[in-house]
Design a binder for this molecule. Sequence first.
Ligand SMILES: Nc1ncnc2c1ncn2[C@@H]1O[C@H](COP(=O)(O)OP(=O)(O)OP(=O)(O)O)[C@@H](O)[C@H]1O
Ligand SMILES: [Mg+2]
Length: 250
Amino acid sequence: MLRVYNAPVSTSDPVIQTRGLTKRFGRLTAVDSLDFHVQAGTTYGLLGPNGSGKTTLIRLLLGIVPPTSGEAYVLGRRIPNREVCSQIGYMPQAIALYEDLTVRENVRFYAHLMGAFSQAQVDEVIKLVDLADRVSDLVSTLSGGLKRRASLACALVHRPKLLFLDEPTVGVDPQLRVQFWDHFKALNGQGVTILVSTHVMDEAERCDRLGLLQNGRLLAEGSAEELKRQTTRTTLEDAFLHYANGMATS
Ligand SMILES: Nc1ncnc2c1ncn2[C@@H]1O[C@H](COP(=O)(O)OP(=O)(O)OP(=O)(O)O)[C@@H](O)[C@H]1O
Ligand SMILES: [Mg+2]
């Protein structure tokens, strides 16, 4: 049930819930009357072609852009809400790091910003993304994949309850990608909720629930197994092509 007041939520309440959430940019409807929810301690994967509304949806849930209509509730609060920010980690699709600061300085900065500075947490998260040997390097001198690792460190450093990860593994090498996902699943085990967008099907397989967006609408929703079963396809990629092509491939 949607909460319409700022009271703490019980663990059974969805961590994210939207009702008729819509965002228009001029004549373009990027997110179209979206109703969906994400349960605590799970990973929800957003899939969909370029321009289908994944990033816009995440930005709406963060309160970075206002909806045209409809509403979103995150961690029991109607968005926008400043108080929930410190409980949220966000790894944007476009890397937002200070190029003229070192890796360590960037992570410290985000930790301070979230009101949770602890050297142990900074060290832990830098180790997690395997950047300990580059910690004193300026971000401007890092490769694209290394910058993404630093960006993930910034998103995780304050131990958020809810993580928004917008294509977190683009440009990250396969070995580290597996480590990232192992960590995401470990975070779920600690009760952390994750909303992640991806174009990578083996990552989608690791999500508890998937939503396929097209033109800002949810075409299909369910676990990877459910979506494959419903479409009688053996791979998730084929299942999504089936939905995206309007069931024309059956
Ligand atoms: N600030 C903006 N002004 C105008 N149009 C926008 C703006 N932000 C997004 N859009 C448009 O909204 C649509 C959805 O964009 P969005 O970035 O949410 O897609 P996406 O699913 O994240 O795509 P990708 O897989 O390429 O990252 C696109 O047509 C995009 O051009
Ligand atoms: Mg995007």
